[in-house]
Write a protein that binds this ligand. Structure first.
Ligand SMILES: NC(=O)c1ccc[n+]([C@@H]2O[C@H](COP(=O)([O-])OP(=O)(O)OC[C@H]3O[C@@H](n4cnc5c(N)ncnc54)[C@H](OP(=O)(O)O)[C@@H]3O)[C@@H](O)[C@H]2O)c1
Length: 236
């Protein structure tokens, strides 16, 4: 019977799927929250949910965990509509803030209040975009900056039995990067930079990122900062 429980948003593809599969290999019980699913495993529960929908997200109830160690990974996010700020619609803006910032905020709060007595680790998937203003990524940069600050405030509050990190994964070979490369050049001035990352084989693979996240999960006490870059994690 697995003792450790991981709740991971965005297990349909990319980093979230790779991390879920790795934690299942390590005997975790994993609950995945996304719109689609390809993982089949005895210890995996799939909850089909659209986290850009505020009402559905508010109603989400986390499973009972008795005395288990619990991990929440707020991973689901979207790069959104890549376009200059004045070309984004109100619907784009609301949906992107909801998925990237409001959902992780609500889930983090729910996590802390549901598992008062459990030992808890909260990992938000941040981004270097939090610290770099990138043209045509207004909501993505703003929501990732917000997520880093949320992480730091939660850490500052020193909640009982809780450790919290925002982890910046670097540039990773996922559908998010594919979507970035498929943007029309007139909408995204940095397009060639991102196509070059791909053609020069500079994208990290999701398996490596999952292994480094697992290292952080296993060795969280050795990290003194709350905002981590996966590039600084050297697996011994
Ligand atoms: N890839 C990079 O270079 C990079 C760089 C910096 C930070 N990150 C961060 O890393 C995290 C994972 O990104 P990724 O690269 O793995 O992207 P991805 O391959 O596009 O995966 C996004 C995940 O979020 C889920 N998702 C999307 N919309 C959703 C919704 N409305 N409701 C519920 N789930 C939803 C998707 O599953 P479904 O489609 O099944 O719902 C998928 O599992 C994100 O927080 C991203 O900002 C990525």
């Amino acid at each position: 019977m697995p003792k450790k429980i991981a709740l991971i948003t965005g297990t349909g593809s990319g980093i979230g799927k790779a991390l879920a599969e790795l934690l299942l290999d390590k005997n975790y019980k994993v609950v995945g929250y996304s719109r689609t699913n390809k993982i089949i495993h005895t210890n995996f529960t799939f909850i089909k949910i659209d986290l850009s929908d505020l009402v559905t997200t508010e109603k989400l109830v986390f499973p009972e965990a008795n005395k288990s160690e619990v991990l929440l990974v707020n991973n689901a996010a979207t790069i959104g509509t890549i376009a200059p700020f004045n070309k984004k619609t109100a619907k784009d803006i609301i949906t992107e803030y909801q998925l990237n910032l409001i959902a992780p905020t609500l889930l983090s709060q729910k996590f802390i209040s549901t598992y008062k007595k459990n030992s808890k680790l909260l990992i938000n998937l941040g981004s270097g975009a939090a610290n770099n203003p990138i043209s045509s990524w207004s909501t993505y940069c703003a929501t990732k900056a917000g997520l880093d600050m949320l992480t730091q405030v939660i850490a500052e509050e020193n909640h009982k039995n809780l450790t919290v990190f925002s982890v910046h994964p670097g540039i990773v070979d996922t559908t998010m990067q594919k979507k970035i490369r498929e943007t029309k050049p007139d909408l995204f001035p940095l397009l060639s930079k991102f196509t070059n990352y791909y053609t020069n084989n500079e994208l990290e693979n999701t398996g490596t990122v999952a292994k480094k996240l697992y290292y952080i999960i296993q060795n969280f006490a050795e990290f003194t900062e709350n905002i981590l870059s996966i590039r600084d994690v050297n697996i011994k």
